[in-house]
Design a protein around this ligand. Structure first.
Ligand code: CP
Length: 329
């Protein structure tokens, strides 16, 4: 016999995924709860690693900035959902000839697209497109604003780890402490993670050189410190970020050597952390700058697990946006 709770269902309503700032805890959990079925598809040892969830649909990957993980992950996610995929590189598209983003997308939509995944250097570009166009728009990173699927795959990876280590299939992120260390000022990943993790019940501490650590982040509900030891003591997760020299007009700290001395995570600095702390990084990593090679390849890191989970989480997002299924509580 099923109870009322077992029959309870949530309904996905959004057309687009622009940022985790927009989503409620319930919506975040719907995505995280939808991902495991797609992780199982990717992990099939025999049989086809595909489901017909987006069969006959067209997913366009439109990238104005370099990407390894996000672009391949979205493409693979779409293929595993049986969608047709199209990749548009800004370098060789007609935007180089002065066409506006809207006009380019109107032309692409004339070929009947369903989902457009866009990465752009301008914060806000995905939202502007979502407001005017009928395609489902997914933000794959816009300037220093948000990278919502990265935040989702990070939350999913932490939740999977907690569920495994506690042997509790219902465990969530409540009460966990996540230290995010590095170039906070230029990081869309930090913003999405602050929104996502705090809504899911974790606390976040942001740490880096003062010039890369805007006080405004404390208004988002995160603690802010430039003391690495203070940040990592008691943290359940240490999440490292790359120094984004390409987004800095000038170098905002004295030298890389100084940065390494004060902020690098290595076996020495890790002595201040919990023995079982999880090491995460969105990639690309700069070995021996924000983390030492021994930590990057060490037993506490789940960096490649994040990449694996990214495909499942992106499959879940595309399924929810297009099919708007009911998700059991
Ligand atoms: N994490 C991430 O966004 O990596 P890419 O820039 O390679 O997509």
């Amino acid at each position: 016999m099923t109870t009322a709770t077992e029959n309870e269902q949530r309904v996905w309503t959004r057309k687009d995924l622009i940022g985790l700032e927009d989503l409620s805890r319930d919506e975040l959990e719907m995505i995280l709860d939808t991902a495991p079925q797609f992780l199982a598809v990717s992990q099939r040892e025999s049989g086809i690693k595909k489901v017909p969830v987006l069969q006959g649909r067209l997913v366009v990957n439109w990238f104005y900035e370099p990407s390894t993980r996000t672009r391949t992950s979205f493409e693979l996610a779409a293929k595993r959902l049986s969608a047709d995929t199209l990749t548009m590189n800004a370098d060789v598209s007609s935007s180089k000839k002065g066409e506006t983003l809207h006009d380019t997308l109107y032309n692409i939509e004339a070929m009947h697209t369903d989902i457009v995944v866009i990465r752009h250097s301008a914060a806000g570009a995905p939202r502007i497109l979502a407001e005017r166009h009928s395609s489902h728009i997914i933000n794959a990173g816009d300037g220093a604003h948000e990278h919502p699927t990265q935040g989702l795959l990070d939350a999913f990876t932490i939740r999977q780890h907690v569920r495994r280590t506690r042997d509790d299939p219902q465990a969530g992120l409540d009460g966990l402490r996540v230290a995010i260390i590095g170039d906070i000022a230029h990081s869309r990943v930090a913003r999405s993670n602050v929104w996502g993790l705090t809504k899911l019940g974790a606390s976040v501490v942001l740490c880096g050189p003062r010039t890369l650590l805007p006080g405004a982040f404390s208004k988002l509900g995160a603690d802010v410190t430039s003391d690495l030891r203070e940040a990592i003591e008691g943290a359940d997760v240490i999440y490292l970020l790359r120094i984004q020299l390409e987004r800095q007009g000038k170098c905002l700290f004295p030298s890389i050597r100084e940065y390494i001395r004060l902020f690098r995570i290595d076996n020495e600095s890790l002595k201040a952390a919990k023995k079982d702390v999880l090491i995460m990084h969105p990639g690309p990593i700069n070995r021996d700058v924000e983390l030492s090679t021994e930590v990057a390849d060490g037993p506490r890191n789940v960096i490649l697990e994040q990449v694996t989970n990214g495909v499942a989480v992106r499959m879940a997002v595309m399924h929810l946006l297009v099919n708007k299924p009911r998700v059991a509580v």
